[in-house]
Design a protein around this ligand. Structure first.
Ligand code: PMP
Length: 426
């Protein structure tokens, strides 16, 4: 069998037994994706302009990974990102995942400041590699892998005074924050918090690293969520939506002076590098993605449709006994559920809603570190009709509780757990 046939066959393999989603697909039902690969599928699956850009690269056959010099597409992408990024952020380092971008920021901060410690927030999520995990404010994620990096401390998100208490010791290399906590349950920073932390970092000589892996590139109704309060970090991290969902790529954007302070000597210039960072295909996909976002006004659309989505979620959840709160920005929302008294735990109540939605043809998922919070993050290309369909499915699923069809809950949750486990091990 030819290689193309082998790929086609692998793509067509029957996955129905391991995943509800595939089962629905195979049965010819459309699935509305309001998870969007945790935000990676920012332009919807296989956007034609991003595919065309990738095809162009494959046709042109440039060296895919040059390494001894900047790949031309990486240089072009860096130029465009530097233009978009706030303040004087003018240097990009590319890698393949959000976690790697966080690692890069931590290493940069240690070398540039010659200081050891990191401050991050409780309930934060910065990734799965050991450094990024060390600054992730979730006991459940960290504990099994201890000992992790020493010198990482956690403060309550939103409490600038707690950050200052740590900074006063003048041994903090960086404060790492998400402008809106994602995996911790979709929690926007309180007003004034980020500008105050930025001021404190400048005062005490620590770097401010903003992890916009999830919130960046239009997701929150701004190109970068930190623009909402005009905060200029020392390091801005992007990943997920950067390539429109086609190829893995992340970016660390900082000031050239900082990078040079860290790595600007002969014995240090190569202490941080990445074999696959800045590859031609991923960079072409990212350039196309930025261009589609600009050309189609997707940042403004995220703000506009975000307002509509907020209204529809509010209407579908209003007064429901299981819904504690609805939080978010732009096209990134969380429905915070209350486990009903005398039974189901928070994990199950989240999965109950997720499975109910999937059974109505809408894909969502819970947050990694807040399993009672169901995330709502459609592609930036979402339409009003799609939001209406989502809202109807939400209302119908929640209504199951009101009409006493509560017995479906345990079975639905069990199906969800089975499909999750199958995906993890299958
Ligand atoms: N930072 C944030 C804010 C994230 O949401 C995530 C992933 N959910 C990461 C870092 C890690 O990204 P990746 O999974 O690509 O390593």
């Amino acid at each position: 069998m030819g290689i193309r046939e082998q790929i086609r066959q692998a793509l067509e393999a029957d996955a129905a037994s391991v995943c509800n989603l595939h089962a629905q697909h195979d049965a010819g039902h459309e699935v509305l994706d309001f998870l969007a690969g945790y935000g990676a599928i920012s332009l919807g699956h296989n956007h034609p302009d991003v595919r065309a850009a990738v095809e162009e690269v494959l046709q042109a056959r440039p060296p895919q990974f040059l390494l001894v010099a900047a790949q031309p597409l990486a240089a072009e992408l860096a130029r465009r990102l530097a233009e978009l990024a706030p303040g004087g952020l003018d240097l990009c380092f590319f890698a393949s995942s959000g976690s790697e971008a966080v690692e890069g920021a931590m290493k940069l901060a240690r070398l540039a400041t010659r200081r050891p410690r990191f401050v991050s927030a409780l309930r934060s999520y910065h990734g799965t590699t050991l450094g990024a995990l060390s600054v992730t404010g979730s006991e459940r994620h960290r504990r099994p892998f201890q000992p992790l990096l020493s010198g990482a401390v956690f403060v309550p998100f939103g409490d600038a005074g707690a950050v200052e208490r740590e900074l006063r010791r003048r041994d903090v290399a960086a404060v790492l924050l998400e402008p809106m906590q994602g995996e911790g349950g979709m929690r926007p920073a309180p007003d004034g918090y980020l500008p105050e932390v930025a001021r404190l970092c400048r005062r005490y000589g620590a770097l401010l690293v903003l992890d916009e892996v999830q919130t960046g590139l239009g997701r929150c109704g701004r190109m970068f969520a930190c623009e909402e309060e005009a905060v200029e970090p020392d390091v801005l991290l992007l990943a997920k939506g950067l390539s429109g969902g086609i190829a893995p790529i992340s970016a660390l954007i900082t000031r050239r002076g900082l990078w040079e302070r860290a790595y600007g000597t002969l014995d240090r210039y190569d202490l941080h590098c990445s074999t696959f960072g800045g590859g031609a295909v991923a960079c072409a996909a990212a350039i196309a993605t930025l261009e589609v976002i600009r050309r189609d006004g997707l940042v403004e659309a995220a703000a506009r449709y975000g307002g509509y989505l907020r209204e529809k979620i509010a209407a579908a959840t209003a007064g429901h006994p299981l819904v504690r709160e609805v939080r978010g920005r732009g096209l990134l929302w969380g429905i915070d559920l209350d486990a009903p008294a005398g039974g189901m735990g928070e994990d199950l109540v989240g999965q109950w809603l997720v499975v109910g939605m999937l059974e109505r043809g809408v894909l969502t998922q819970v947050c990694a570190d807040a399993t009672g919070v169901v995330r709502v993050q459609p592609p930036l290309t979402v339409t009003r009709e799609a939001i209406d369909r989502f809202a109807l499915a939400l209302q119908q699923t929640l209504a199951e509780h009101a009409t006493g069809r509560w017995s479906s809950v345990a079975a639905a949750a069990a199906r969800a757990v089975r499909s999750r486990a199958a995906r993890a091990f299958g």
